[in-house]
Design a protein around this ligand. Structure first.
Ligand SMILES: [Mg+2]
Length: 349
């Protein structure tokens, strides 16, 4: 098991917005789906710690959050901006030169290999400081022997934390935590475990494979291993979860040519962004927002990875064509995902 350093940004979208909305710092603020005009029908995508203190959570309807506090600051989500910041974050991490896996827009696992615990903590402190200095954003770093264990350690140290749990202490560290602190254990799995009397990770460690497998199938084996501090997950240098997108408003229109023109422009921007980072893509998504503020998206996954700007443009246009309806369109977007490093093959030689 390599020593793994797990980085997770704190209240990511809300923190990004605090950077450009200093008036929201220290006050409850939510980032919601949808423009300000349509905010009442949206949901909370992210919120800062002041909002969390009021028991406001992600996925809560915005209307409900505003009932809790009508003066809460509302900011419409700007995914292009969060993507751009994420790109910068991953570049900072890559510059440290370790193998790493992008887990999500604001999480990454860094392979410290056979580094000592002492050195690992020094690296963790450096990475945190570099992110704070360059992006001016808070993050939490967890370090442990394995990716899954490092993530659990990281979650336990939020916000703005740095924590390392050594191999000899990990089982004890895990034992009091509820079973759903293990990544992949959602509400359903937690209920199945409770049905056989398991509430904590310590309960899993003391259980046996037969009971665990009968409750949750083959996942039981993995749970048993993690609970006993054995993490066989590997750092995989793929970028499946990462995506790059751009979107922009236009004067509400049904004019196909106008829509195509803007979409081409956005595709060019996406193309420049991904090639700058050496990525190729496989999935293209087009989005239309209509004059009544409803959104529709269409995606296509190609049978191959590519970095061709022409394929991107053509695919995006074919997708948006299916979205042009009776209603005028006031915003379009294009996004690529299922990314991989284009030069990965070359590294083998
Ligand atoms: Mg986060």
């Amino acid at each position: 098991m390599p020593l793994v350093l797990f980085v997770d940004m704190d209240y990511y979208y809300a923190a990004c917005e605090e950077l450009r909305h200093p008036e929201a710092v220290g006050k409850p603020m939510i980032v919601g789906t949808g423009d300000t005009a349509a905010k009442m029908s949206g949901v909370v995508e992210s919120c800062n710690y002041e909002a969390r203190k009021l028991d406001i959570r992600s996925a809560m309807p915005v209307a409900q959050a505003l009932r809790i506090n009508p003066d809460i600051i509302y900011i419409p989500a700007d995914h292009d901006y969060y993507d751009r910041m994420s790109g910068r974050l991953m570049e900072i991490l890559k510059a440290f030169g370790y193998r790493m896996e992008v887990i999500s827009i604001d999480e990454a696992a860094v392979d410290l290999d056979s580094m000592s615990y002492e050195q690992g903590l020094v690296q963790g402190k450096r990475i945190k400081e570099e992110i704070r200095k360059t992006l001016r954003l808070p993050c939490t770093v967890g370090i442990a022997d394995g990716k899954v264990l490092a993530k659990i350690v990281c979650d336990s140290a939020k916000p703005d934390g740095l924590k390392l749990v050594e191999r000899k202490d990990i089982v004890q560290f895990l034992s009091e935590k509820s079973a759903d602190k293990i990544p992949g254990v959602g509400k359903k799995t937690a209920e199945k475990l409770e049905a056989i009397g398991i509430k904590t990770i310590g309960d899993i460690a003391k259980s046996d494979l037969v009971s665990l497998s009968s409750a949750v199938g083959s996942f039981g084996f993995e749970l048993f291993q993690i609970a006993n501090g054995i993490d066989e997950s590997r750092i995989v240098e793929h970028y499946e979860t990462l995506s790059v997108g751009r979107e922009r408003t236009l004067d509400a229109t049904k004019d196909v040519q106008k829509i195509y023109l803007l979409l081409d422009e956005l595709s060019e921007e996406v193309y420049r962004e991904i090639t700058k980072n050496g990525f190729r893509f496989r999935t293209v998504t087009a989005k239309a927002r209509y004059s009544d503020f409803t959104d529709k998206i269409k995606s296509k996954t190609l049978g191959y990875w590519t970095d061709s700007p022409e394929i991107l443009k053509q695919t995006a246009k074919a997708l948006i064509r299916e979205l042009i309806e009776e209603k005028p369109i006031r915003k379009v977007g294009v996004r690529v995902s299922s990314l991989e490093m284009g030069n990965k093959q070359m590294k083998l030689f």
